[in-house]
Design a protein around this ligand. Structure first.
Ligand code: CP
Length: 310
């Protein structure tokens, strides 16, 4: 069997990566975590390489961690905020990509509100494309960092019960987690308000529950999604207070899960809506660890795709 390799590959979604490629990324991220704990967090494996981040949507975690990851590995980084760029003058995505290609960037890290734009970019320009989120379609680097966080705590994936709660319809994180973790043998349950559960959810191979309590019963991992108010064109649940009462995760509800349950949330959190502060900052929460792992995963992906990791 050929050894897994991501050299020269764009990272567009998790469905198109094999489980051997997931393992390669996670093993490399483990080495990157060691580098991150050094006094001098600097390697030269990407010296001479250049990375540009192109974000058409807001981001704190993903954009910053890609920048930090590239800098730790010695690459040059440029950040484009579209609100300060020629996008505001009407430049198309294709022309923006051509412009960045002409500047000889090796990697374009891209977030865009429209599904399929990362795959489009991969077709029209030569640099490696890192999909940092395209609409509700995919957020592969978040999926990998969640995988890494689960592996660190649980050791393996097979037989684990994962509950994904809340806004499945509008969540690219949910889709990437389902695509990746179901391939690894994780049993996935979802729950949320009916309008936030997509009609095609059965095709995703997950178990759907009306009540959050049924989804989290004996769960090993609970991934609580942000309610993406910015993507909802009409109110899809009555009030925030109702949502918190029926679907919010608090210490009381958490007792239904396994005693060593791991709490994940991609961030940013809506405090007191989908998650209570005592759960978000409690001893079962790995939310801040997800952020640290996000840097390691992005270091691993940059190193592997640019061919510099040993
Ligand atoms: N999890 C995540 O994508 O966070 P940001 O929107 O801050 O990048």
């Amino acid at each position: 069997m050929a050894r897994a390799s991501l050299a020269g590959r764009s990272i567009l979604d998790l469905a198109s990566l094999s489980t051997d490629e997931y393992s390669l990324v996670l093993d490399t991220a483990r080495q990157m975590r060691q580098l991150m704990s050094d006094d001098v967090k600097k390697s030269s494996i990407l010296r001479g390489k250049s990375v540009v981040t192109l974000f058409y949507e807001a981001s704190t975690r993903t954009r910053t961690s890609f920048e930090l990851a590239a800098k730790y590995l010695g690459a040059d980084v440029v950040n484009i905020t579209t609100s300060n760029s020629s996008v505001t003058k009407g430049e198309s995505l294709r022309d923006t990509l051509y412009t960045l290609e002409a500047m000889s960037f090796d990697v374009i890290v891209m977030r865009h509100p429209v599904e399929g734009t990362a795959a489009f970019a991969d077709k029209v320009v030569k640099p490696i494309i890192m999909n940092a989120g395209d609409g509700a379609h995919a957020h592969p680097t978040q999926g990998l960092l969640d995988m890494f966080t689960i592996k660190t705590h649980k050791g393996s994936f097979s037989g684990l019960k994962l509950a994904i709660l809340g806004d499945i319809t509008y969540s690219r994180v949910a889709r990437s987690n389902i695509a990746g973790l179901s391939k690894l043998g994780v049993e996935i349950h979802v729950a949320g308000p009916k309008p936030l559960i997509p009609k095609f959810v059965d095709e995703l191979g997950v178990k759907v529950h009306n009540r959050v309590e049924d989804a989290i019963m004996d769960a090993d991992v609970i991934d609580i999604l942000r309610i993406q108010l910015e993507r909802q064109k009409v109110g899809l649940f009555p009030t925030s207070r109702e949502y918190a009462r029926i679907f919010g995760i608090n210490n009381g509800r958490l007792k239904l899960a396994k005693p060593d349950v791991l709490i994940l949330h991609p961030g940013p959190i809506n405090r007191g809506l989908e998650i209570s502060p005592e759960v978000a900052y409690g001893d079962k929460s790995a939310i801040r660890e997800e952020v640290q792992n996000g840097v390691a995963i992005r270091m691993a992906l940059l190193a592997l795709t640019l061919g510099g990791a040993k």
